[in-house]
Design a protein around this ligand. Structure first.
Ligand code: GLV
Length: 387
């Protein structure tokens, strides 16, 4: 067992063990990948203020996201095709999150279905919803999330159409992979992954296949998105979804203060400042730079969370200090999952928790709930003075 001390260690093992098309799917941004890169690198422009001779005993990272207790202000982000990273991936990740005491968010485009995950967990998880043209299917999906006792609906606002990720096109991304020569050659070296897949029946989009008729190509995220996602989504549709759902609502993909105000106006419980991990609008600002003007625009009207670019506990601490109540990790836990299944997700969470806890102490705090912007040196103009 290798000694794992950071998220990069998990990423290296993940890369070795995972079929190329799924590694590439995870590790891509859209087009030039500028936003994908800057989401992470912009965290490096924020510096901590080290404090000394401060009591560091009895620390806690426990807090709340949308009123729910969390062991640290981190949720697992919805990630499509997680059950292709390793067999039954969503169930494994949900179990790790549950044991750690943080929320797991199941993607609409998951391999394990809502019911599968509910059956294998004991605490409520969150469900991420893409808005579909087919209103009956949409209503059924929301009802299924209610029946599974999901404790928040996370509606993604920035993926009515799909941003282009070159590698997915070149690799012919599909779930399950098609038996092309290139795939067979690559899969031949991934025996661990293959054995896992042979041992599960969950190899297709579990929330879709068997739940809707007439799907053109049920194995292709790109085809399904183009065919079924609703390009006409607007705020009135979101109001309708809120009504149908009737529970805690999180709106994900907000990057501009005007949209944050609209989200507060429709009565969202939280928004996620997110550019979809740099997978949609390439050339958008990083989420961490977009955060401040949004906080200023909405004040306390809606809880503000953030995702995109978070790979460490230091990033979580910086985001929290900047004012985000909660953060989400996507790739950082997928690395762990693809490397070692449930134990790998737990490892990723342990790594991030330790980084968060110890860095918080070095900044002079013992309780995450008391951390504010004063622990940071934020360069002038960090959030920009845009014309
Ligand atoms: C969403 O499903 C994505 O691929 O970003």
């Amino acid at each position: 067992m290798p000694v794992i001390t950071n998220i990069e260690d998990l990423k290296r093992i993940y890369r070795r063990r995972t079929p190329r098309m799924f590694y590439d799917y995870c590790e891509s941004g859209s087009w030039t990948e500028q936003t994908f890169r800057e989401n992470s690198s912009d965290f490096d422009d924020l510096y901590f203020r080290q404090r000394v001779a401060v009591d560091m005993s009895n620390r806690t990272t426990a807090t709340k996201m949308i009123g729910q207790d969390v062991a640290m202000p981190v949720a697992l982000a919805p990630v499509g095709l997680t059950g292709m990273q390793t067999a039954d991936g969503e169930i494994k990740a949900a179990k790790a999150a549950e044991k750690f005491g943080i929320p797991f968010t199941l993607s609409t485009m998951s391999i394990c279905s809502i019911e599968d995950v509910a059956e294998h967990t004991t605490k409520p998880f969150w469900f991420q919803l893409y808005t579909m043209k087919d209103q009956d299917y949409l209503a059924r999906l929301i009802q299924r999330a209610k029946d599974a006792k999901c404790s928040a609906l996370v509606v993604t606002l920035d993926l009515q159409i799909l941003g282009q990720r070159h590698k997915d096109l070149k690799n012919g991304l599909s779930a399950p992979p098609k038996p092309t020569l290139a795939n067979m050659v690559n899969l031949a070296t991934k025996w661990r992954w293959g054995l896992g897949m042979l041992g599960t029946k969950r190899r297709q989009f579990g929330n879709i296949v068997g739940h809707i008729d007439d799907v053109g190509d049920p194995s292709s995220l790109m085809a399904w998105t183009a065919e079924q996602f609703d390009p006409a989504l607007d705020w009135s549709a979101i109001e309708k979804i809120k009504e149908m759902w009737g529970g805690p609502l999180i709106l994900k993909g907000v990057m501009e203060p005007e949209d944050a105000v609209m989200a507060a106006n429709v009565g969202a419980d939280a928004i996620v400042v997110s550019n979809h991990g740099g997978r949609q609008l390439d050339g958008a600002l990083s989420s961490i730079r977009a955060l401040d003007p949004i906080l200023q625009a909405v004040g306390d009207r809606v809880e503000v969370h953030i995702d995109s670019g978070i790979r460490s506990g230091q990033d979580v601490l910086k985001a929290r200090a900047m004012g985000a109540k909660g953060t989400y990790i996507g790739r950082a836990y997928i690395y762990g999952l693809g490397a070692m299944g449930e134990a790998g997700v737990t490892k990723a969470l342990e790594v991030i928790h330790k980084e968060l806890d110890v860095s918080m102490a070095f900044c002079g705090h013992r309780d995450i709930n008391n951390v504010g912007r004063d622990i940071l040196k934020v360069p002038a103009g960090f959030s920009g003075d845009w014309q």
